[in-house]
Design a protein around this ligand. Structure first.
Ligand code: ZN
Length: 473
């Protein structure tokens, strides 16, 4: 009886929800980036990589009605509705929009100052095929929260945003980061930002176990998740405290530092040295992986930022969007890195890849994010595509890598009923690329149109609107 009643109510709500109210009315500033905006769109004869890890399917028809995927299947079984705007998908591939979870609206300008670039970054993320993102910590206060709401209301072009509050950290040297003063303070900071509209939290390298426990309890009480780029707290300790996600693969784990003092960060380098020495098949690592998997702790791969620290790697894509000073600054950093052949990253970068593979093989949920920080050079949008390429280099198949960058992110965010894969009924968040990423992963860079909730955006117009000015706003 209860079930039937619930079913009736849900059906009623669904009817209201699908009555065309899903698309915001876009401002003129957003309209200039839109190339497809029809009530019904059919993409025909297209290859589909659906985001589940299943093999690519050839000769598919995908029908978009309003903000939803109305149908997706073999051309023979899916009819093109009369009056639909038809896009010929010949030679093209349709992927789900990327869902990435270690993004930022700030960039390292230098001297410990992170410039607040939400205006250009939201456009670049969308241009790169990102339709949902979580910011992985913020040093701008309200900007992440405001952008989330502005995008949702059609006033800005960008992905759907899971807006992270300012970092939860202990005493630290960042001038844009607060220092917590104990557990009650951590609880208060979480409560304040949740009330202000933050939907996600990130702990950082100097937080204590008590502060982290209090922050997790408060966030969970409000139905929100907590991730961490940790150091003072080990991965195993954080898992026991109920953390939901850990950033930077195993590069921030201090679990194996021999003389680790509780609540003290021994330095990122000390932790990374133990990771370099770690046997992926040995019991200490396997035990940690079991602990994380058993506690449902997701792990975020951020290979893109580590690649910029590693000598001998290609110049990252997208630098031409930067203001000249920032481009030159990164090019100098790149040359310094290239000249440092004793860098620990020569061995650490492939090691991180191997450990992330081992985590997945043990049943862990690996998600992806780009982390546009470090010494620069991680350019939103471009780096999200690069991230998928690096996951393939790490040993995942192209469709597995795409799953990590789409459905896995949606699953972690609890949005997998709505986004993350191409299936009838989900929101039409789609990326149309030329070529075939299932065969040549670099084809993820060939974005022709990015659909967000059924509306098609032109990546060229989005990028041209910021080219040469990223660094200013
Ligand atoms: Zn970060």
């Amino acid at each position: 009886m209860t079930a039937r009643f619930t079913g009736f109510v849900l059906a009623g709500m669904l009817a209201v929800a699908t009555a065309g109210a899903q698309r915001p009315s876009f401002s003129d500033a957003v309209r200039r980036f839109i190339t497809v905006d029809a009530p019904v769109v059919a993409i025909t004869n297209v290859r589909v990589i659906d985001g589940t890890g299943a093999p690519a399917r050839e000769a598919q028809t995908v029908v978009i009605r309003d903000d939803r995927i109305a149908a997706a299947g073999d051309a023979a079984s899916v009819e093109v509705p009369a009056g639909a705007e038809v896009i010929d998908g010949t030679g093209r591939t349709l992927l789900p929009g990327l869902v990435m979870v270690h993004e930022h609206f700030y960039y390292p300008n230098g001297s410990g100052v992170y410039a607040q670039l939400g205006e250009s970054f939201t456009r670049l993320y969308l241009a790169g095929g990102v339709t949902t993102l979580r910011t992985g910590g913020n040093v701008n206060g309200f900007m992440d929260l405001n952008l989330k709401s502005l995008v949702a209301r059609g006033q800005k072009a960008g992905p759907a945003i899971d807006a992270t509050a300012p970092y939860l950290n202990g005493p630290n040297s960042f001038v844009q980061m607060r220092a917590l003063e104990g557990a009650a303070d951590a609880r208060r900071q979480v409560g304040y930002w949740a009330d202000m509209g933050a939907t996600s939290f990130k702990a950082y390298m100097q937080i204590t176990r008590d502060e982290l426990a209090a922050a997790i309890a408060e966030a969970h009480a409000r139905g929100m998740k907590v991730t961490g780029h940790l150091c003072s707290v080990t991965y195993a300790e954080a898992a026991a405290l109920g953390i939901d996600n850990l950033e930077h693969g195993f590069a921030a784990a201090t679990d194996f530092v021999a003389d680790k003092q509780p609540d003290q960060c021994p330095g990122q380098r000390a932790g990374q040295q133990t990771i370099l020495d770690l046997d992926p098949d040995g019991e200490p690592f396997r035990a940690l992986v079991r602990t994380l998997v058993d506690a449902d702790v997701a792990l975020t791969s951020t290979l893109t930022v580590f690649e910029t620290f590693t000598p001998g790697r290609p110049m990252p894509p997208g630098l031409d969007v930067l203001v000249p000073e920032l481009r030159e600054q990164f090019e100098r950093a790149y040359q310094r890195t290239a000249g440092n052949q004793s860098s620990r990253y020569v061995a650490l970068f492939p090691k991180l890849m191997a450990l992330e593979r081992a985590f997945v093989e043990a049943g862990g949920l690996l998600v992806a994010g780009t982390d546009p920080t470090g010494s620069g050079g991680v350019i939103p949008g471009y780096s999200n595509q690069r991230m998928i390429e690096l996951l393939v280099e790490a040993g995942f198949t192209p469709v597995e890598a795409i799953r990590i960058g789409t459905l896995n992110g949606a699953t972690y965010l609890g949005r997998d009923a709505t986004v993350g894969s191409i299936v009838a009924g989900k929101q039409a968040d789609l990326v149309l690329v030329t070529g075939n990423p299932a065969a040549t992963i670099g084809d993820v860079r060939n974005v022709e149109t990015v659909f967000r909730a059924g509306v098609g955006f032109d990546p060229v117009r989005l990028i041209d609107s910021v080219r040469g000015r990223v660094g200013l706003w």
